[in-house]
Design a protein around this ligand. Sequence first.
Ligand SMILES: Nc1ncnc2c1ncn2[C@@H]1O[C@H](COP(=O)(O)OP(=O)(O)OP(=O)(O)O)[C@@H](O)[C@H]1O
Ligand SMILES: N[C@@H](CCO)C(=O)O
Length: 326
Amino acid sequence: MAVYTDINEIDLAHFLKDYEIGELLSYKGIAEGVENSNYLLHTSSGSYILTLYEKRVNSNDLPFFLGLMRHLAGKGIRCPLPVNQKSGSSIGELAGRPAAIVTFLEGMWMRRPTVQHCFALGESMARMHVAGEDFPMRRPNALSVEGWRPLWNNSKAGADRVEPGLTDETETDLAFFESNWPSHLPSGVIHADLFPDNVFFLGNKLSGLIDFYFACTDLLAYDVAVCLNAWCFEKDHSFNLTKGTALLRGYNSVRPLSADEAASLPVLARGSALRFMLTRLYDWLNTPEGSLVVKKDPMEYIRRMRFHRQIKSAEEYGLILEGSKV
Ligand SMILES: Nc1ncnc2c1ncn2[C@@H]1O[C@H](COP(=O)(O)OP(=O)(O)OP(=O)(O)O)[C@@H](O)[C@H]1O
Ligand SMILES: N[C@@H](CCO)C(=O)O
């Protein structure tokens, strides 16, 4: 579960005095998620999500995240809208943590996304990239290639216990990425963690994107690579080419990938698999036993890293060259 910081009714009622969202009727902690503490609030004016920001969120980045949600919502992207305090600020403090309230989005995330869901995700991600073009703030991706080695250095002592040989495998990959990471591709606002649990659907219709707390300014095609990893592998770890084709078709229907982006997709997908392996490995080794947070398995991403090493071109992910600018 992800409620690291407990709140009590008195403190919450006091905190809500700074907002104009009516009277608190009920609140409860939300079990899902691993990063921040989330509460569902019911007030006399409706439902809201209260987030208390935890370890991986730097409070200096909150204006970027909340400003981005406001910008995207203003451009018609369905995502939570931050609620301002009476003072005009969207960031407060509760139980000693930075905190914000955003609007509640209807829908649920798909435990088993279908081909149609993958298409809708691709389309919506591309719309988000286009809508972000004139967002004026910038935030470098702290979890891109320069951030991977420090993360690795904090986990490598335990790596071979998780998977024998992982130390050598990761060192080789890191060295490869440090000299071969693309830098010439189009960049802009990316979500950077657009996993199925951050995308809501009502039936087959995508109803919203949530959790912008890794969003940053980085290569747009890197977001596509993250999603190929997160949406197109089956439980048996095989890549589902039909889902890959649908995701890329959906994306290209709004923002066609360039020839350079397409050519870089294998290295971006491989790098993104390493990035999620690294954060999962760190959490796997450092989350105390008995903690209520469900740890995510680094093995899933070790297998993806191995898969991507065999890939030679974006067509192997399902990219159909006809109809794109490739
Ligand atoms: N705006 C929203 N509307 C409805 N539900 C929401 C909203 N924001 C968050 N939730 C609920 O809270 C859960 C956790 O939210 P979120 O994914 O932001 O947390 P997190 O700890 O940052 O998770 P993650 O592990 O994905 O990084 C979601 O799965 C969803 O159930
Ligand atoms: N989406 C991430 C966890 C949240 O950062 C993962 O599956 O590893």
